[in-house]
Design a protein. Structure first.
Length: 262
């Protein structure tokens, strides 16, 4: 009789212990539990040890750590009608567990789909050169749009990075030809600017020598010295004074005037 009564008490005790064990939940520091009471939102619990009454209460666990989302490659048509394949990586985290569970069915999938459409939409408004050279600006634009749209879901987009912009072979060759043509243009411009500067300096030097005959004579002697010390020439030069050249020029002018007068 005593054993029967004891067995009668054991069963409820075992059931009670099982219910208590099922009710106890442990949430880590980066986890939160969204608790529903008979289907209605009750509160957000955690971290630490919490109690969830089976059947009456249900809990949805939410991770608050930063999530890395790899955005698949997207075919994007740029504003200058160039088709490229672009992929990116997205960093986001849950800042409001209640809204992340109640406002959207699956916040991870929803954020992934939104990131793909936003990536195509934003990059489609820019030309290819901007995609290749202004990635920081494009990253900030995509991040601001995603952060604004996911705010209602309790999601915070912390960073967006475009990883690769893939082009087909024909476009790569066209860009290479364009870069080569640009380098040739710059080389010609630099050469022309050098010629212009050299011409300006020569004009200045000529004006200075015109005002100072002694400077012209020194330059003449220096040139003769350079030619004499050059071992590759076998010619011998005899310097002719400039005054004698001027006298010859004067005689030629007088002879020409006398010839015209006759």
């Amino acid at each position: 009789m005593i054993l029967g009564n004891f067995g009668f008490l054991v069963v409820p005790l075992v059931v009670l212990v099982a219910l208590i064990a099922m009710s106890l939940r442990v949430l880590r520091e980066y986890e939160r539990g969204v608790v529903f009471f008979l289907g209605r939102f009750q509160r957000v619990k955690g971290p630490g040890l919490i109690i969830v009454i089976p059947v009456i209460q249900q809990m949805v666990k939410v991770d608050l750590r930063i999530i890395t989302l790899d955005v698949p490659s997207q075919d994007v048509i740029s504003q200058d009608n160039v088709t490229v394949r672009v992929n990116a990586v997205l960093y986001f985290r849950v800042v409001d567990s209640e809204r992340a569970v109640i406002q959207v069915e699956n916040y991870y999938q929803a954020t992934s789909q939104l990131a793909q459409t936003t990536l195509r939409s934003v990059l489609g408004k820019h030309e290819l050169d901007e995609m290749l050279s202004e990635r920081d600006k494009l990253n900030n634009d995509i991040q601001s749009i995603l952060d604004e749209q996911t705010d209602a879901w309790g999601i915070k987009v912390t960073n967006v990075e475009i990883k690769h912009v893939d082009l087909d072979e024909s476009m790569i060759r066209a860009i290479a030809r364009q870069a080569e043509a640009e380098r040739e243009r710059r080389a010609k411009v630099i050469h022309a600017e050098g010629e212009l500067q050299a011409a300006e300096k020569l004009v200045q030097a000529a004006d200075m020598m015109k005002e100072s005959p002694a400077a012209l004579q020194l330059r003449y002697l220096q040139t003769m010295g350079d030619m004499a010390t050059n071992g590759k020439t076998s010619s011998i030069f005899f310097p002719l004074p400039l005054e004698l050249t001027s006298a010859f020029k004067g005689f030629a002018n007088q002879f020409g005037d006398s010839g015209r007068s006759e």
